[in-house]
Design a protein around this ligand. Structure first.
Ligand code: AOF
Ligand code: ZN
Length: 347
């Protein structure tokens, strides 16, 4: 029996759009979206909104039923392989079988070892055709989840804000930053997908940042862990990070190797860690090869305060050069934004 069709890409893209509604809100679970299609028409859609809530495919099936449409014989597009285990919710495979869904198209495999056997085996054995579509897009959507589950450590995104004189400026998300609103809003969106934000002691002392999510919609968002790396452990007690409403979400790591910091954060279910500087921390993380993705903001300003010997771009400071894979460049208001994944050296 033929189990893949030309329209599958289109509908999986729609399912990915649904999944994005939950991006940053579902940790430690992945973000998942689903659409249900019958006779070429969308009859239901849904997404996983937070850990503990219904899975995306159940939302989509229930959505169709609410519209009074029979789901029997329909095709389910879901961005993650359906679960076949009991977690906070029952196995989706049982539901799919009971509701007589005709065909299932999934984005990426579910690495959860509790799924035994997996949906990819169970569904065909019950006569439900199963195929994969847009694997790379689905893997990218949950890169933090996959990385943490497979390595025990978070996926690391470095956010770098630079002036045209090469000075690095920490705190691109904060009000004192000199970049325009479009860049600051994007910087806050990055925080929205982060489960932890890491800075160095010097940035904590000089900037006294809040490292919270403010400029974007934050329904259900658990505020990220705020992590300070320090050599001396000496930090002023009156820092905002130690006094605000989320003070129990602040961690200070004293003289800890980066690898140990990452393992600790992985054990606290941090899937995406955002590194927000300053220059010394960025340099250290890049040198250790533990950065996976870079979001770079360039502003047409001259700051002139950062000594160049801690500039992470100085080749003399790196054991080997790094390159971004197919970086994208775009103009954001008066600023320039570059984004990409690191080609090598990422653990
Ligand atoms: C799906 N659809 O929308 C999600 C899935 O504790 P539970 O019951 O929510 O199960 C969590 C696990 O279920 C999670 O680790 C992942 O393997 C899977 N997530 N599966 O079919 C969804 N969020
Ligand atoms: Zn499920």
């Amino acid at each position: 029996m033929k189990n893949s069709f030309p329209e599958d890409r289109y509908w999986m893209k729609e399912a990915l759009k649904c999944a994005l509604l939950g991006e940053g809100l579902t940790n430690p679970n992945p973000a998942v979206g689903a659409v249900l299609v019958k006779n070429g028409e969308l009859i239901g859609k849904g997404y996983h909104s937070r850990a503990g809530a219904a899975h995306a495919e159940i939302e989509a099936i229930e959505d169709a039923k609410k519209r009074g449409i029979s789901v029997c014989g329909s095709t389910l597009y879901v961005t993650l392989e359906p679960c076949n285990s009991w977690g906070k919710t029952p196995p989706c495979t049982q539901y799919i079988i009971r509701e007589k869904i005709g065909r299932v198209v999934a984005g990426s495999p579910d690495p959860n070892p509790k799924n035994n056997p997996r949906a990819v085996e169970v569904l065909p054995s019950m006569g439900i055709s199963f195929s994969w579509e847009l694997l790379d897009e689905a893997l990218f959507l949950n890169r933090g989840f996959y990385h943490r589950v497979l390595t025990g450590k978070p996926w690391v995104i470095a956010k770098i804000a630079m002036a045209i004189d090469g000075s690095l400026s920490a705190g691109v998300g904060d009000e004192r930053w000199i970049s325009g609103l479009p860049a600051r809003t994007l910087a806050h969106k990055l925080r929205m997908v982060a489960d932890g934000i890491l800075i160095g002691a010097q940035t904590a002392r000089v900037d006294n940042p809040q490292l919270t999510i403010r400029l974007v919609d934050k329904r259900y968002k658990v505020q990220p862990w705020r992590v300070i790396l320090s050599l001396s452990g000496k930090l002023p007690r009156d820092l905002t990070l130690f006094r605000d409403a989320f003070k129990e979400r602040t961690l200070v790591c004293v003289r800890m190797p980066i690898e140990m910091v990452l393992k600790e954060l992985g054990s606290r279910e941090v899937s995406i860690l955002l590194v927000e500087g300053g220059a010394a921390v960025l340099h250290e993380m890049l040198k250790e090869g533990c950065v996976h993705e870079i979001s770079f903001f360039l502003s047409a300003v001259i700051i002139g305060k950062q000594p160049l010997n801690v500039n992470p771009y100085s080749p003399a400071n790196l054991s080997f050069p790094f390159a971004l894979v197919k970086p994208s460049w775009e103009k954001l208001g008066e600023d320039i934004y570059c984004h990409g994944l690191l080609e090598k050296g990422s653990k």
